[in-house]
Design a protein around this ligand. Structure first.
Ligand SMILES: [Fe+2]
Length: 221
């Protein structure tokens, strides 16, 4: 995620709003969709309703990611596309393998589309501002629902009412990432300029903890 100090009197200009929103959505919507897949793959057959709910989230985030990819073509920073935070050269292969092993269909065509994204020039298309604002809002609403679902799973696990193959720490970890996504979307929706120094500090602290947890228990999340 990149946050620039492109501000006018503390208000984020349209160009920066569109770039930052699309960069943020391309990064986090994939993460939310993949986390939903982890959840779906972790329940027992008796908890099929939980599996179905997780698959609903996976498909809904996939639909929002599709919108972000369409809007992002020509409107997202080159640095974001080159960073490996949207897709890497391993994403498609990993999805194909995961699909084969789990039997859950994954949208590999969307991944191929992401690999073909064209970066923005100096100025992005201002006509998409409204669509980007709507995308941000839909992402906020859906991610809030996902946070509630993760909390329900965690509470069920901690009270020994629900079994999943995911560790409780994984649920805490992925819920924390969802909460950060909501927080950053809400800042963008208010067109709040972000203090780059403060932002770098907060992001560093947040992701250091997340990466430490990845090293503790997760190959990918
Ligand atoms: Fe993570």
């Amino acid at each position: 995620m990149l946050f620039h100090s492109e501000t006018t009197n503390g208000i984020l200009p349209t160009n920066a709003f569109i770039r930052q929103s699309l960069g943020l959505n391309l990064f986090f919507l994939r993460i939310m969709k993949e986390h939903s897949f982890f959840l779906a793959a972790g329940f027992l057959p008796k908890d099929a309703d939980c599996t179905q709910q997780a698959l609903y989230f996976m498909n809904s985030f996939n639909a929002l990611l599709t919108e972000a990819v369409v809007l992002g073509n020509g409107n997202v920073d080159l640095a974001v596309l080159c960073s490996g935070e949207v897709v890497t050269n391993m994403t498609l292969k990993a999805e194909q393998k995961t699909q084969g092993l789990s039997g859950v269909p994954l949208d590999t065509r969307l991944t191929a589309q992401e690999q073909r994204l064209v970066p923005a020039g100096e100025i992005v298309n201002p006509a998409i501002e409204r669509n980007v604002q709507e995308l941000n809002q839909k992402a906020i609403v859906l991610t809030r629902e996902l946070v509630k679902f993760k909390t329900k799973i965690l509470d069920g696990m901690l009270s020994c009412q629900l079994f999943t193959f995911n560790f409780p720490l994984l649920i805490v970890h992925i819920r924390r990432e969802a909460l950060l996504f909501i927080e950053q979307l809400e800042l963008l929706q208010r067109r709040r300029a972000i203090d780059p120094g403060q932002e770098v500090f907060c992001q560093k602290v947040f992701w250091d903890l997340q990466m430490a947890e990845h090293a503790q228990l997760l190959p990918i999340c």
